[in-house]
Design a binder for this molecule. Structure first.
Ligand SMILES: [Zn+2]
Length: 463
C-alpha cells in the first residue's frame, strides 16, 4: 500500500528518473566516447583468428556473367551468411544484371533486422559509397559492375583486408584442402584443420583426397595397419603442419556430432580400427572418434598448437561448450579456444573461463554476425567474468566484402560495449582502449608468439 508520507520521495525519484532518462536512453553510437573508442579500434592493426579465404582463382563467390567469370553482387550475397535462412533469387549463368536485380531486390524485405544481412552493409557503404537499403536500380547496376571490376585483380582483396579492414594477419582455415598445408596470401596464417582425422578407423571414410590421411601416409612411406600405426601417422601430420607454419588446430566436429567426448580405453578404439562403417555400430564409431579426439588434444599440447574448437550453433543438440568441460579439466597442458563464444550459450562459455582461464580462451569469431546484440551482451558480461587477455575475434568469411563487413561490425560492437562501460563509470577510457587493443590484436600475439616476428604495423599507444 502506498502511504502519503512515502509518496513524496517516490514522486521525487520519478521526476529525477524522467530527467535522467533521455541521457540514459541515449544511443551509445551518438556519444563522443563511442566515436573516440571506435577511432582507436579502427587504428588497431587487427589479428583476425579465423577466415576461409580460398585461393584467389577459386573464390567460391564467382559467377558466370555476361562479362565472363567473376565476382558480382549475387556472388557476394550467395556466399555470405545471409542465405543461411534468407531467400536469394538464383543467378543464372551468363545472365544480365538487371533482370536478376528486378527479382532479387525484394528478397531482402524480411531480413532487414537480421545480423546475417546487416553485417555486409558496411562493406557497400564504406568500400563503394553505396547505401544498399536505399540505392536506385542504376546504383545497384553500377555497384555490380564495380564489384566485378575489383575482382579482376587479386590486389583488391589485399587492399580490402590489409588496408580497409586493417587486418595485419588473418588465420585461414582451409577446409577445402585440410591436409595440403598451403597458404595463398602474404597476410595469411596457416591453420591445421583436424576435423576429419577422428574418422580414421577406415580409409573409405575419406572421399576427398584433400582430407585423406592415408594418402598422406603413402606419400610419407608410412604403413597404417593398426591403431598404433594411425597414432604415428597423426604425430607425423602434426609435425608436418608445424613445419609448414601452422599455428593452431581447428575442428568443426560440432557440425557432425556431439561435443561430448568420452575418455575411451584404447582397446575399444582398437576394436573399430580397420573396419568399414557398415560393419560398425554407432557406439563403436563414437568410441573411435572420442578416443582420437583425446589424442588430438594431447598432440595439441605436445606440438604447441592451441586447439580452436567450434562450439555452439551448428547441430544445436550437442554443441554446448559445457560438453567439453571434462576434456578441458583433464588436459591442463592443452590450450583450448572456444569458438563463436559458444553462441547462444555465451554465459556458459563465460563460466568455463572463470574456472579454467589458465588454459582456455574465448574466440568471439562470427558472434557479432550471428547476432549483434548477443555479441554486445556477451562482451559486456565476459569482460566482467575473466581477464581481458582471454578474448579474441575473427571475421569468418570467404570474400573481401564479407571480411570487411564482419570486421567493422565487430569493431562497432566492441566500441559500443567499451563506451557504455566508460560512460557508466565502470571503466576508465584509457583502460577500455587497452582492452579493445587486446581483443583485436594483442591477445592473439600473446597466444601465438611466433606471429610477433611477422607483424610490422604500429598499433595505437594505449597504457
Ligand atoms: Zn569458420
Amino acid at each position: 500500500m502506498l502511504r502519503a508520507r512515502t509518496f513524496a520521495p517516490l514522486l521525487a525519484s520519478l521526476l529525477l528518473w524522467t530527467f535522467l532518462a533521455p541521457a540514459g536512453a541515449q544511443n551509445t553510437r551518438q556519444t563522443e566516447t563511442y566515436a573516440r573508442v571506435l577511432d582507436v579500434l579502427r587504428a588497431v592493426p587487427a589479428i583476425d583468428t579465423h577466415d576461409h579465404l580460398w585461393p584467389f582463382d577459386k573464390l567460391p563467390g564467382y559467377q558466370e556473367t555476361e562479362r565472363g567469370r567473376g565476382m558480382n553482387l549475387a556472388g557476394l550475397w550467395r556466399n555470405s551468411y545471409y542465405t543461411w535462412y534468407n531467400p536469394l533469387t538464383p543467378w543464372q549463368p551468363g545472365q544480365k544484371f538487371d533482370p536478376w536485380w528486378q527479382q532479387a531486390k525484394d528478397d531482402f524485405d524480411d531480413a532487414r533486422a537480421t545480423s546475417f544481412y546487416r553485417y555486409q552493409l558496411p562493406a557497400f557503404q564504406d568500400l563503394y559509397g553505396v547505401d544498399f537499403e536505399t540505392m536506385t536500380d542504376a546504383e545497384a547496376a553500377d555497384l555490380d559492375a564495380r564489384i566485378f571490376d575489383n575482382y579482376r585483380d587479386e590486389k583488391w582483396l589485399h587492399h580490402v583486408v590489409t588496408e580497409r579492414a586493417n587486418i595485419e594477419l588473418m588465420f585461414n582455415d582451409p577446409y577445402w584442402d585440410r591436409l595440403g598445408f598451403e597458404t595463398y596470401y602474404p597476410f595469411e596464417v596457416l591453420v591445421f584443420n583436424v576435423t576429419m582425422l577422428v574418422q580414421g578407423f577406415h580409409r573409405e571414410e575419406f572421399t576427398q583426397p584433400t582430407d585423406d590421411p592415408y594418402l598422406f601416409a603413402e606419400r610419407e612411406g608410412l604403413r597404417v595397419e593398426s591403431l598404433d600405426d594411425y597414432l604415428v601417422l597423426l604425430d607425423k601430420l602434426f609435425e608436418t603442419a608445424r613445419a609448414h607454419g601452422a599455428v593452431c588446430l581447428k575442428t568443426t566436429l560440432a557440425y557432425r556430432r556431439t561435443l561430448s567426448f568420452e575418455n575411451v580405453p584404447k582397446e575399444r578404439a582398437a576394436a573399430a580400427f580397420g573396419r568399414p562403417r557398415g560393419e560398425l555400430s554407432a557406439a563403436e564409431i563414437k568410441d573411435f572418434e572420442d578416443y582420437i579426439m583425446w589424442r588430438l588434444v594431447e598432440l595439441s599440447a605436445k606440438w604447441e598448437l592451441p586447439f580452436q574448437i567450434h562450439t555452439g550453433d551448428a547441430r544445436i543438440q550437442g554443441s554446448s561448450p559445457i560438453l567439453l568441460v571434462d576434456l578441458i579439466e583433464v588436459n591442463p597442458q592443452t590450450k583450448f579456444i572456444l569458438f563463436h563464444g559458444g553462441f547462444p550459450w555465451t554465459d556458459d562459455t563465460g563460466v568455463i573461463l572463470m574456472r579454467h582461464s589458465a588454459h582456455v580462451w574465448i574466440d568471439s569469431v562470427w558472434l557479432p554476425t550471428l547476432s549483434y546484440s548477443t555479441a554486445k551482451r556477451a562482451y559486456h558480461e565476459w569482460l566482467e567474468m575473466m581477464p581481458s587477455t582471454r578474448i579474441m575475434w575473427g571475421a569468418d568469411c570467404n570474400h573481401g566484402e564479407g571480411i570487411y563487413g564482419a570486421t567493422e561490425f565487430t569493431r562497432r560492437c566492441l566500441a559500443e560495449v567499451l563506451a557504455e562501460k566508460v560512460d557508466r563509470g565502470d571503466l576508465r577510457e584509457e583502460h577500455a582502449l587497452r582492452i579493445g587493443r587486446q581483443i583485436l590484436r594483442d591477445n592473439a600475439l600473446e597466444l601465438f608468439p611466433q606471429l610477433k616476428a611477422r607483424v610490422r604495423k604500429e598499433a595505437p599507444n594505449v597504457p
